[in-house]
Design a protein around this ligand. Structure first.
Ligand SMILES: [Zn+2]
Ligand SMILES: [Zn+2]
Length: 84
């Protein structure tokens, strides 16, 4: 998953992003379906961040499953919603 500071991106600056406190709003559970395929269902999570240029915001990771055949599957690059 990629995490880029949206403020720096729009100003065409480079920065490093460090993550702060995280909070998972729903549980996590893992099971194997009727065909033996693994499902890891992750709940929605919010996490603070700060970039090396001093911008801060919140990253929301949506609830998702890691199994492509599952209706709850979300593509890797669509799991993070980054707010300033
Ligand atoms: Zn930034
Ligand atoms: Zn699933």
């Amino acid at each position: 998953m990629k995490v880029i500071c949206p403020t720096c991106k729009s100003e065409k600056q480079l920065s490093r992003v460090t993550l702060g406190r995280s909070k998972r709003e729903e549980g996590y559970y893992r099971y194997y379906d009727e065909e033996g395929n693994e499902h890891c269902h992750f709940g929605k999570r919010t996490q603070t961040y700060q970039c090396s240029n001093g911008h801060t915001g919140i990253i929301t990771t949506v609830a998702y499953c890691n199994n492509k055949g599952c209706p709850k599957y979300v593509e890797n690059n669509k799991r993070n919603i980054i707010d300033m």
